[in-house]
Ligand binder design. Structure first.
Ligand code: GDP
Ligand code: MN
Length: 389
């Protein structure tokens, strides 16, 4: 789960991380009030969407008066902002953040993430802050340093100092940075975060080190331990199909292809996507209906798949272990009738009650292309879309 910048800064503030003071606003009037509440000659107004690249896209502006804050907020609110991370349709700005402006001397990059190879949280840092870090990694990888943190020992002072020196920090900044990094590490651990990115971390003209931007993502499996963080979810920023799927406890991820896949088990779902690609087509989604799905759940999954207009054919690939093939077949039939299925449907089923399942499909009168094995299923579904194209 991702959260907005202003929310991430609120969370970090609780851990003592130095972040500028600010207030979110959802109307131009509120933005003007937030400027006055800061009581400072200058503020920065920032569009709040779950995407970076706002600065370059015109979503961040320094303002010198409440009127200017109001005008800029009016320009942003209610309209989509297109950045290099949003796709061409952009994201509608529903809130801005009005924050105390900082006098920036240097922009640095700092992130914490789960490093699976090192089996630990790692700190990533670079002197090239405020830029697209992927670009830095591609062009000048030597400018990125990675420091894994031993989960048992925790963040060592020597590690903070090493990173601070690599970032060109000196004197009292080294200590400040040590405290800042320790607070980030604590925040990351205690909230079950999966990513914490500060881009840029800045050195201000008066020499302080603060977080100018903050992006935070959390491990969904840990959210039950953090009801306060779960409340920060913004459904406006999420894929409606994925929200619908989560209501039915389905693991669904929207992709860009045109073959809808319904599979049980994450491993089989991955293998199904691979084989669809192997035969030259692209999956429209990853969908694991789980082990003990009932026919309502299968029907819901089917509806979600078909709601995607790009889906030109559906491939059902089920291995009936705990899941019974007749239950699956009934769910598919119910949903196909309900949505008036109009695209080719290829079904490959194997396992418990497979004969009963096949009979249900046969008796339903729905046109089903039966496949004998996975390769056959993939071939048939790819054939089905090429014939229609
Ligand atoms: P992003 O473009 O979505 O990553 O948004 P950021 O929060 O990183 O802001 C983009 C850029 O705006 C930063 O890299 C800074 O250069 C600039 N910026 C943001 N806040 C301030 C501020 O308070 N003072 C100054 N001088 N620049 C700022
Ligand atoms: Mn940024």
């Amino acid at each position: 789960m991702n959260i907005h910048e202003f929310q991430a800064k609120q969370v970090l503030g609780r851990f003592g991380t130095p972040v500028p003071k600010g207030q979110p606003a959802s109307t131009p009037e509120e933005a003007a009030k937030a400027f006055d509440a800061l009581g400072l000659p200058r503020a920065v107004v920032k569009a709040q969407i779950h995407a970076g690249g706002r600065g370059k896209a015109g979503g961040v502006k320094l303002v010198n008066s409440a009127a200017e804050a109001r005008d800029f907020a009016a320009k942003l609110l209610g309209k989509p902002l297109v950045t290099h991370q949003t796709g061409p349709e952009g994201r509608v700005v529903r809130r801005v953040y009005v924050e105390q402006a900082s006098e920036v001397a240097r922009e640095l990059y700092l992130a914490l993430l789960v490093d699976r190879k090192a089996e630990s949280i790692a700190v990533i840092a670079s002197t090239e802050g405020g830029m697209d870090i992927e670009e830095v990694a591609a062009k000048t990888p030597e400018k990125i340093i990675t420091e894994p943190i031993d989960p048992v020992i925790g963040l060592g002072g020597f590690q903070s100092r090493k990173i601070a020196f690599a970032l060109g920090l000196r004197d009292k900044q080294v200590n400040q940075f040590g405290l800042l990094l320790a607070s980030l590490y604590r925040a990351f651990n205690e909230t079950d975060a999966s990513l914490l990115e500060i881009n840029p971390l800045v050195v201000t003209k008066d020499g302080s080190v603060i977080c100018l931007d903050a992006k935070m993502s959390f491990d969904d499996n840990g959210l039950f331990r953090h009801p306060d963080i779960r409340e920060l979810r913004d459904p406006n920023e999420e894929d409606p199909a994925e929200i619908e799927a989560s209501k039915f406890d389905l693991s669904y991820v929207h992709l860009d292809g045109n073959i809808g896949c319904m599979v049980n088990g994450a491993g089989l779902a991955m293998a199904t996507m691979d084989i669809v690609k192997y035969y030259g087509a692209e999956p429209a989604n990853f969908l694991d209906v789980g082990g003990g799905a009932n026919s309502q759940k299968v029907a819901a999954a089917f509806r979600i798949l078909l709601a995607d207009e790009r889906v030109k054919a559906v491939l059902v690939n089920i291995f009936g272990g705990i899941m019974l093939c007749d239950v699956l077949a009934q769910g598919v039939v119910d949903a196909a009738r309900e949505v008036k299925l109009s695209v080719p449907l290829v079904v490959r089923m194997e396992g418990t009650n497979v004969d009963k399942g096949k009979q249900i499909l046969k008796d339903s009168g729905i046109k089903v292309i039966a496949a004998s094995d996975m390769a056959d299923a993939a071939r048939r579904v790819v054939d089905a879309i090429s014939q229609r194209a």
